[in-house]
Design a protein around this ligand. Structure first.
Ligand code: ZN
Length: 77
């Protein structure tokens, strides 16, 4: 028994609905699923392939402190 699955890595996704950042552990296990934002219930990430995502946790930090693929928000709304 190993505490870490082989090939696991920590990745982060931002919610498109409310910009909350979630951190998750990507593991090399074929799986299919979806994670929904706990704040606005929009799907944050869907997966169906060679990886599974576990241990989702919300990160308490501002979006602009992370160099992620966060699209710029349009201030017009
Ligand atoms: Zn959200």
């Amino acid at each position: 028994m190993s505490p870490h699955s082989e090939g696991s890595s920590t990745v982060a996704f931002s919610c498109a609905g409310c910009s909350v950042i979630y951190q998750t552990v990507q593991v090399s296990t074929a799986a299919k699923g979806v994670f929904r934002c706990t704040a606005c219930y929009q799907p944050v990430h869907r997966w169906d392939g060679a990886y599974d995502y576990r241990s989702w946790q919300r990160l308490e930090m501002e979006v602009d402190t992370l160099p992620l693929l966060v699209p710029p928000t349009d201030p017009k709304e």
